[in-house]
Design a binder for this molecule. Structure first.
Ligand code: ZN
Ligand code: FE
Length: 258
C-alpha cells in the first residue's frame, strides 16, 4: 500500500471536496465534489487523473460536480445504496459494513443517517481517515433534515467509536462558528478554549481548520459530549439522558446567534 495523500479543494462558499490519492497506484478519488471546475484545476495542479468519485449524501453541494467529472474522466461514482435515486451518475451503491477498495486503499462504509436518510461515511481504516460529509463537523454536527435526534445520536456514536487518531474530513468549513456555539455551552472546557484560539489563528490566515481527528472531537465537540456536567448545567438538563441532552444541544445551535 502506497502513501494516501489527502488534499482539500475549496468549493462554493464554504464547502470542501477532498482529493485522496496514491500516486504509485494511479488511484485518485474525489469526495463530495460540489462543482467540477475547482476539482479539475486541483487535479491539474497536482498532476492527477481522477479514478473515483465518492459521495457521502445527495445534497447538491456534495454531488453537483459528479456528471461533469464522470464525463471527463470516466470515474466510477460510489455512494449510498439506500439513496441511489438521488445520486447523479451513481455506479456502485454501498451499504453498512461494505468494503470498497480504491486500489489497495479500502473504505469501510458506515451508514450514518439523520442529516439525510441515506448519508454514509467512508472510513479508510488502514489510512486512519474518515470522510464524514455533513454528519460530523469539527466541533459540530449536521442539521437533522431527514432524521430525528435518536437517529443522529446513533450515527454520531458510530463515528465516536473509531480510533482516536482517525483523521476527520468533513464537508464544510464551519469550525469557527461551531466553536463559538460550543463555548456558549461549555466555556469552562480548557481543551475547547485552547482549540478555539488555534482555530481563530488559522482562519485569520484563511487556511482550512481540517482535518480534525476523533480524539480532538471527543474532547471539544458539544454534540459528542452529552455526558458533560457543564453542558448539562448550561442546558438545565442535569438528569436527562444523553439523547435528550444531544437533542437540546442541537435545538440551541439551530437558533444560536453567534
Ligand atoms: Zn448536506
Ligand atoms: Fe453540505
Amino acid at each position: 500500500m502506497g502513501k494516501f495523500e489527502i488534499q482539500p479543494v475549496p468549493c462554493l462558499r464554504d464547502n470542501y471536496a477532498w482529493l485522496a490519492f496514491d500516486r504509485d497506484e494511479g488511484v485518485c478519488a474525489v469526495v463530495d465534489p460540489s462543482e467540477a471546475k475547482p476539482v479539475m484545476r486541483a487535479l491539474e495542479t497536482h498532476g492527477l487523473t481522477l479514478t473515483h468519485i465518492l459521495n457521502t449524501h445527495h445534497h447538491p453541494d456534495h454531488v453537483g460536480g459528479n456528471l461533469e467529472l464522470q464525463a471527463k474522466f470516466g470515474a466510477v461514482i460510489v455512494g449510498p445504496g439506500k439513496d441511489k435515486a438521488r445520486i447523479p451518475g451513481i455506479g456502485v451503491g454501498v451499504v453498512e459494513n461494505d468494503s470498497y477498495a480504491a486500489g489497495s486503499h479500502v473504505a469501510k462504509v458506515l451508514e450514518i443517517p439523520a442529516h439525510t436518510r441515506g448519508h454514509i461515511a467512508f472510513w479508510f481504516e488502514q489510512d486512519k481517515a474518515v470522510f464524514t460529509g455533513d454528519t460530523l463537523f469539527a466541533m459540530g454536527c449536521g442539521r437533522l433534515f431527514e432524521g430525528d435526534p435518536p437517529t443522529m445520536w446513533n450515527s454520531l456514536s458510530k463515528l465516536v467509536h473509531l480510533p482516536d487518531d482517525t483523521r476527520v474530513y468533513c464537508g464544510h468549513e464551519y469550525t469557527e462558528a461551531n466553536g463559538r456555539f460550543a463555548l456558549s455551552v461549555e466555556g469552562g472546557n480548557p481543551e475547547l478554549v485552547r482549540r478555539m484560539a488555534e482555530v481563530r489563528a488559522i482562519r485569520a490566515q484563511g487556511l482550512p481548520t481540517l482535518p480534525s481527528n476523533i480524539g480532538i472531537e471527543k474532547k471539544t465537540n458539544p454534540f459528542l459530549r452529552a455526558s458533560s456536567l457543564e453542558i448539562r448545567r448550561s442546558l438545565g438538563l442535569q438528569d436527562a439522558d444523553d439523547v435528550e441532552v444531544f437533542a437540546e444541544t442541537r435545538r440551541r445551535k439551530d437558533s444560536f446567534q453567534g
